[in-house]
Ligand binder design. Structure first.
Ligand SMILES: [Mg+2]
Length: 220
């Protein structure tokens, strides 16, 4: 059972993909759908597509361009936005994520979305799941020009929203991002036990993890 010091928290910062939304959509898109459509549209085998994509994925993971649809559109010579729509039916909230958001709002917390998703990916998702109304702000790291993995992101966030890291809770499914928040001084941190519903639970190293939003609401 998680113990969260709710009275010491007035701001809740939340990641989107893998935290509030099932990461299955993104994993399926990047690991299955995109390689297949790359093969179809460039007239190569699926194996060749994987071979060509692999170094691009490895060289750009964790950088801001990794999350940028313009970058991939240019780099892969593919209409990435349209391709994303082809699997949009897989975009889904994690169980009880919306109930959790409503509960923390009702408890008087500032609730802010901070995502590395490109604005276009963010819009695509917000059109399909009802998330926007729960948030005071929806911030894409592309607005600042630094990914959440970078210390500069946190400085930019601080000057933008004026939050107290010592009185903030941040939930994210990416461990290097949680470490970056910790280095900045964010005092309350939670990972996510199962970002992708098809892949099962995973080890979250030194971080405690949300397993069930309903159980988290009960600690409020
Ligand atoms: Mg995430």
């Amino acid at each position: 059972m998680l113990s969260i010091a709710w009275p010491d928290i007035d701001t809740v910062l939340l990641d989107m993909d893998g935290t509030l939304l099932d990461l299955h959509y993104d994993n399926h898109f990047w690991l299955e759908h995109l390689p297949q459509r790359y093969a179809d549209l460039h007239g190569v085998s699926r194996a060749m597509a994987e071979l060509e994509l692999q170094p691009l994925f490895e060289n750009n993971a964790g950088k801001l361009c990794w999350y940028c649809l313009d970058f991939w559109t240019r780099e892969l010579q593919l209409p990435v936005r349209e391709l994303k729509l082809e699997t949009a039916h897989l975009i889904a909230l994690k169980p009880d994520a919306d109930t959790f958001l409503a509960a923390i709002r009702n408890a008087g917390k500032r609730v802010i979305l901070i995502t590395n998703a490109h604005r276009d990916s963010l819009s695509l998702k917000l059109e399909r799941v009802e998330l926007a109304p729960y948030f005071e702000r929806l911030i894409s790291s592309h607005d600042y020009g630094f990914a959440k993995e970078s210390p500069q992101f946190w400085n930019a966030l601080k000057s933008d929203i004026d939050f107290d890291p010592a009185r903030s809770l941040f939930i994210d499914d990416t461990l290097p991002i949680l470490r970056s928040a910790r280095d900045f001084g964010v005092a309350h941190l939670l990972a996510v036990r199962e970002p992708d519903s098809r892949k099962g639970p995973r080890d979250t190293a030194e971080f405690e993890a949300v397993e069930d939003y309903r159980a988290l609401i009960e600690t409020l």
